[in-house]
Write a new protein. Structure first.
Length: 481
């Protein structure tokens, strides 16, 4: 199998680079990025302007704003929400020129998708070409003007004028100092650090120790203090807060929870209390609904499209080898629940030793002639579409392993069981990166688990779609047999 540096759970490998291009720019953050009022203002104005201009051009043409035009307005807003989010149109940072270019590309994609939908649904003749062309041009112009105005308003408030220090010198403190100083949209300016005695070098000067912190704050006219201390120094956090409470500075605690292994971490509030999630499934609430919608949509299309393949495969298996068409096996699903996974039978009927599952290997004499073909083309996995329909599996997710393998690897690989925080899938991030087939060595399974955890930490519907598309191109991978 292809080699790969063992990836970490936050989506990077040992060298600090992204573990996979599918998740670039989608690294898991503890807190979802704060969206300032200007973000929502610009987004809302764009929706109003686009829909309003459509209505305006229809009115000038003497046409009613109903039927297909109302559907067009709704689809446009929905596509703008999706495409603009993917390309980061409303994200702070780029120059005005780059933001205009980004807006232009995103608007072009929205328009292209709308045209494609119109042709597919055969409704293109229902629209006035003059109205649509003027709407596309004025829509982009109006959005560009809005973008420039909001960008200028944001620029007035982004000067770094809050003198800031960081208490601590660990990895968290270093990351915090770098992120604050490189982000032009953060008003804080880290001018130095306060040493705790066991620090690593930071990209800022050391102003003194903990005992000097009050003098440091006064002498340097500090407005904000970040406490970036390990969790075992909680008493120091309490003591520093008490000491600085009368110093008229903002005190912000950055808990170093990253010293422990996290999975899909986040923070939320309940009853006025901040709750830090250290490990939880990302597929709950609206995310679960979107995931289910994608699963059922793809499965329905796949079953209709692949019905002839399924039928021919079933007949070939039945005619060439005695035994059932389907192979059923107990595996672990979501939250470790036991599920029955379906596959086309690709091997001769045989008995396994209780509690032991022998993986299929290259040139395995148990594999039938038909079985060898359907395994190489992954046709043997198609009956798991039934598992997707009954809710025990998903189209995309960590591949489910035999229970005996889970017991074996669960004892040898750290965090192996955490891959069950989402539904297992027909395909996954590990599979589209070449980690399919037999796991001859422990390292092979370790790499597969690493990718599974990266997937869970960075899960999104968009990532699922990219994995589904990439799966089509790796069906005939040399590792499948």
């Amino acid at each position: 199998m292809a080699s790969m540096n063992s990836s970490t759970e936050n989506g990077t490998n040992a060298n600090g680079t992204n573990a996979d291009p599918l998740i670039q720019n989608h690294q898991r953050k503890l807190v979802q990025e704060y969206k300032p009022p200007a973000h929502w203002l610009q987004m809302t104005l764009d929706w109003v302007l686009v829909c309003g201009l459509l209505d305006f051009h229809i009115f000038l043409k003497g046409l009613p704003f109903d039927g297909e035009y109302r559907v067009l307005a709704i689809l446009t807003v929905l596509l703008m929400v999706l495409v603009y989010r993917i390309f980061g149109v409303y994200e702070p940072g780029p120059s005005a020129y780059r933001k205009i270019m980004l807006l232009g590309r995103s608007w072009l994609i929205v328009v292209t998708l709308l045209i494609a939908i119109a042709f597919i649904t055969k409704t293109s003749e229902a629209f006035s070409r003059e109205v649509i062309l003027l709407w596309i041009l004025t829509g982009f112009t109006a959005q560009s003007i809005t973008l420039l105005v909001v960008h200028r308003l944001q620029g007035r408030n982004r000067s770094k004028n809050l003198r800031t220090i960081i208490v601590g010198g660990g990895v968290l403190a270093q990351h915090l100092a770098e992120e604050i100083n490189r982000n032009p949209w953060v008003q804080d300016e880290v001018i130095g650090m306060v040493s705790t005695g066991t620090d690593n070098p930071l990209p800022v000067s050391t102003l003194g120790g903990l005992s000097d912190i009050e003098e440091i704050v006064t002498d340097n006219k500090i407005r904000r203090v970040y406490l970036a201390l390990p969790m075992q120094q909680m008493e120091s956090v309490r003591s520093l807060y008490t000491k600085l409470a009368q110093s008229h500075v903002d005190i912000i605690w950055a808990p170093d929870i990253f010293s422990i292994e996290l999975l899909n971490h986040s923070i939320r509030e309940l009853g006025g209390m901040p709750l830090i999630s250290l490990s939880e499934t990302p597929q709950v609430g609206n995310n679960a609904f979107l995931k289910t919608l994608l699963d059922y949509s793809v499965t329905s299309v796949a079953l209709v499209t692949l019905a002839p393949v399924l039928l021919i495969t079933a007949v070939c298996i039945k005619l060439t080898s005695p035994g059932p068409v389907f192979f059923r096996q107990k595996r672990h699903g979501w939250y470790g629940e036991e599920i029955t996974v379906y596959k086309f039978r690709s091997m001769k009927v045989h008995e396994e030793v209780t509690g032991k599952i022998t993986q299929a290997a290259m040139d395995d004499d148990r594999v039938t002639k038909v079985g060898r073909f359907i395994r190489r083309t992954s046709i043997d996995e198609l009956p798991q579409l039934i598992n997707v329909l009954n809710g025990s599996m998903s189209i995309v997710g960590p591949r489910p392993h035999a229970i005996a393998h889970n017991v074996l690897y669960g004892e040898q690989i750290k965090d192996y069981g955490r891959r069950h925080h989402v539904k297992p899938g027909l395909t996954g991030l590990a599979q589209v990166n070449g980690f399919r087939g037999e796991t001859r060595e422990l390292g092979d399974m370790q790499n597969r688990v690493d990718y599974d955890l990266v997937y869970i930490n960075n899960w999104s519907i968009w990532l699922d779609i990219k994995i589904i598309v990439k799966t089509v191109f790796v069906l005939f991978d040399k590792n499948a047999y």
